[in-house]
Write a protein that binds this ligand. Structure first.
Ligand code: GCB
Length: 605
């Protein structure tokens, strides 16, 4: 257990034995990459499209490191070489491959990436290669030697390359395979584009021999006057002193980590609380003998009480919208702060104080931008529809993605809900799988709320409810409902009433219907803006009748690419339920939501 001492401008009491709200176990990642000493490897990478995985399997289908990983070139006419990165085409990193070349639009399979770089690493320093994400299965080699592999399309991973680095040119080869598989997470069936590629930034991170690998700093769940946290050091001198300082609060805590480099703290403080109306962030400085990391951290509490969601002990209504990680206007995989900015400004314009980042962990810039802009977040893992509930490897995979999501974003105070599943069909193995995930979530993070997008049932004509045993384990009655789109016509909303037994906040994680921007017609004509507008009006009236409604995230902010949507000239591979079109035009229904959210803003002042 850690030993503490306090120094600084004012005296603050440090508790000796605390159990911080978010656990240090779960992920071996380096947190807060943008605050580190990095060299970006983003830009053009050489690539080889390899549908038969010829570069990985020999002709007896044995996997080998001796294929394309060796990065040889076809340079002489007498040497047999059947690939050549050097003269092959390039792909931009970060980015999906599908929208970079017409031939790759529908491609699902393996693409090899290669980057050459030089790096002069001083003695006593360490170097890591960090990937923000690559979809879905990735293997990485440096100078022909395998560094490791990673599964899951939306979470970060890194490898230490201190020892494998050469002077002169280094060859980094990455095999990315986005083939869908039944046992994967997500599984083969989903309603979004399976963007392949190295979809988020790649960085070299240079650290000192001993460095601050990870940390957690947030308010105590039950006490707005206590900041708690931990620091995880890495390296030979991991047990040496480290300080956590928040200058604006005149707070400085000195920690002496244990032999494993771990130290916890708990300190009295009076921070101004973060909220959508006042998204106050404090500069936090972590310093050890050899390292320093800066972060911007906000402080808030979140809990439920009966049917209410309380932020900083005050009842809120989550005026939200669902968002896919797809850029505005050009509809590619989003990864940057600029991409986030456009999408989140649209959400703000609609009157939102909340976003549901569907259906997988979005890039870190998105979460950070939302935090700066005062948007609360629902963050989720892609346990979607028909997962292989009985497969232990599928469970392990889902749990790892959950742990990586929590590990990456644990210091983002705007995340208030971790969601563990979306629209999953009831069964005993499914309940077992999901309750284990819920337990794991709470074990890793007992500060935030746990939700899932469940489904509604019509228990008798006109009476809707949620009848899912999973609900007993969640903090919210959270569910998707498409009354007026998949379930009847829009006027059905007028006839429906909702009843719930559980005394928990009701959260509608999806509702809506499709419209092609600029397509006009009668209110009962599907895919017209008039139908969608009328549906939203009736939905809003219905929602107002739901007792204990505490939040909604209509589906969805912007039209997004989907392989399930084939009506020519209307869908053209787009799910058209956006309130904004794929070209950034606001549909009539956008203004229905805005009017309601403006009303709610006044109501919950
Ligand atoms: C849903 C899913 C979402 C789909 C949406 C739709 O319930 O959760 O991923 O895109 O319906 O448009 O059908």
């Amino acid at each position: 257990m850690a030993i503490f001492s306090v120094s600084g401008f004012k005296a603050f009491v440090v508790t000796l034995f605390v159990s911080a709200g978010v656990s240090a176990q779960g992920s071996a990642n380096i947190s807060n990459v943008s605050a580190r000493e990095t060299t970006s490897l983003d830009g053009q990478w050489k690539s080889i499209v390899d549908p038969f995985e010829n570069g990985y399997y020999d002709y007896r289908l044995n996997p080998t490191d001796g294929g394309y990983a060796q990065d040889r070139t076809y340079s002489s006419k007498t040497w047999l070489q059947e690939y050549d990165f050097e003269t092959d085409k390039q792909l931009f990193v970060p980015g999906d491959w599908n929208t970079q070349r017409p031939q790759l639009y529908y491609y699902e399979g393996t693409v090899w990436y290669r980057k050459h770089f030089e790096y002069n690493l001083e003695a006593g320093k360490r170097l890591f290669v960090h990937f923000g994400a690559a979809n879905y299965e990735t293997i990485v080699w440096l100078n022909g030697k395998r560094l490791g592999s990673h599964i899951g399309g939306f979470t970060p991973f890194c490898f230490e390359i201190t020892d494998g680095l050469k002077s002169g040119t280094n060859s980094l080869v990455v095999k990315v395979d986005n083939k869908r598989k039944p046992e994967a997470v997500p599984t083969v069936n989903a309603d979004w584009w399976n963007y392949g590629g190295i979809t988020r930034p790649v960085n070299l991170i240079e650290t000192s021999e001993t460095f601050i690998r990870d940390y957690y700093i947030q308010l105590d769940k039950n006490d707005k006057r206590t900041i708690e946290g931990w620091v995880q050091m890495d390296g030979k001198d991991a047990a040496n002193n480290v300080t956590v300082e928040i200058p604006e609060l005149k707070l400085k805590v000195e920690l002496l980590p244990n032999q494993d480099g771990y130290a916890e703290f708990s300190v009295k403080a009076k921070p101004e609380l973060w909220s959508p109306e006042n998204p106050k962030l404090y500069s936090v400085i972590l310093k050890s003998e050899q390292d320093m990391v800066l972060d911007e951290i906000g402080f808030r509490t979140i809990r439920t009480e009966g049917k209410k969601i309380l932020l900083n002990d005050k009842e809120i209504f989550c005026r939200g919208v669902s968002i896919h990680e797809e850029t505005a206007y050009d509809n590619t995989r989003a990864y940057s702060a600029d991409h986030a900015d456009i999408l989140l400004k649209w959400a703000k314009e609609m009157g939102c104080n909340f976003v549901r980042l569907a259906h997988y962990p979005h890039n870190e810039e998105m979460v950070k931008a939302a935090e700066r802009m005062g948007l609360l977040v629902w963050s989720e893992i892609p346990v979607y529809w028909t997962i292989h509930w009985d497969n232990p490897d599928t469970y392990k995979n889902a749990e790892q993605q959950l742990a990586d999501m929590i590990s990456r974003d644990k210091n983002r105070c705007n995340i208030i809900i971790w969601s563990i599943a979306n629209e999953t069909p009831l069964s005993a193995p499914r309940l077992d799988f999901l309750t284990r995930l819920i337990d794991k979530t709470r074990q890793l993070d007992d500060v935030r709320l746990v939700g899932a997008a469940m489904e509604k049932v019509e228990k008798e004509p006109g009476v809707m409810t949620v009848d899912d045993p999973l609900g007993d384990y969640l903090d919210l009655i959270s569910f998707n409902q498409y009354v007026g789109w998949y379930d009847g016509d829009a006027e059905k909303c007028d006839r429906v009433n909702w009843v719930f037994d559980a005394d928990k906040p009701v959260f509608i994680s999806e509702f809506g219907g499709g419209a092609l921007y600029g397509r006009h017609g009668a209110v009962n004509e599907r895919f017209t803006e008039e139908y969608q507008e009328d549906l939203y009006k009736r939905q809003v009236n219905m929602l107002k009748r739901i007792p204990g409604l505490a939040g909604t995230t209509p589906w969805i902010l912007k039209d997004f690419r989907s392989p399930r949507r084939h009506v020519p000239d209307i869908q053209d591979d787009f799910n058209r339920k956006g309130l904004i079109s794929d070209k950034g035009q606001k549909k009539k229904a956008f203004y229905v939501m805005k009017a309601w959210y403006d009303e709610l803003k006044e109501q919950y002042k």
